[in-house]
Ligand binder design. Structure first.
Ligand code: ZN
Length: 163
């Protein structure tokens, strides 16, 4: 078996992941909650004596339909000239804005979106998004720009022995 091939698995919300030995096909479910919030590779020793590495990526799929009044503007546009929109959909990756005005934007433009959300309605949230999709006069889909420092994948020297 080619040890150079690393299988990639996405970890679900239950924080378990079922991996398959590339040599014998044996399946094993691992509970990986303790590795949460980082990307890891794990070395697994199968009873068939195959040793292989899997790369884990944690996914938090969350998408919420909303109907919030918000404003959006280009990074260089003063706040007072922001356009009104409705935040129709929020996910951990971005926002969908509904707008009736045509604005001079294109894919990959960056915009500031501000809105008040949820229980803390007095606090205005501001997010920078990168335009992914623009349907003039209808909607703008944007992805959040990650302003946090990127986490690097940290290889863990964890051997998981199967009983
Ligand atoms: Zn095996």
């Amino acid at each position: 078996m080619d040890a150079g091939i690393i299988q990639k698995y996405f970890v679900n919300q239950k924080e378990d992941v079922t991996v398959k030995c590339p040599a014998c096909g044996r399946m094993k479910t691992l509970f990986v909650a303790r590795l949460k919030n980082a990307q890891h590779s794990i070395k697994i020793d199968c009873p068939c004596h195959e040793s292989f590495e899997v790369f884990l990526e944690f996914r938090k799929d969350y998408r919420e339909q909303t109907l919030l009044i918000g404003h959006f503007r280009a990074l260089s546009t003063p706040r007072i000239r922001a356009k009104r929109c409705i935040i129709a959909d929020q996910s951990n990756g971005g926002l969908l804005l509904l707008t009736t005005e045509e604005v001079p934007i294109k894919k990959d433009d960056r915009m500031i979106v501000s809105y008040r959300s949820g229980k803390f309605a007095l606090l205005e949230t501001e997010k920078i998004i990168s335009v992914r999709h623009y349907d003039p006069g209808h909607c703008i889909g944007g992805a959040f720009i990650d302003t946090q420092p990127q986490r690097n994948a940290r290889p863990l020297k964890t051997a998981s022995h199967w009983s």
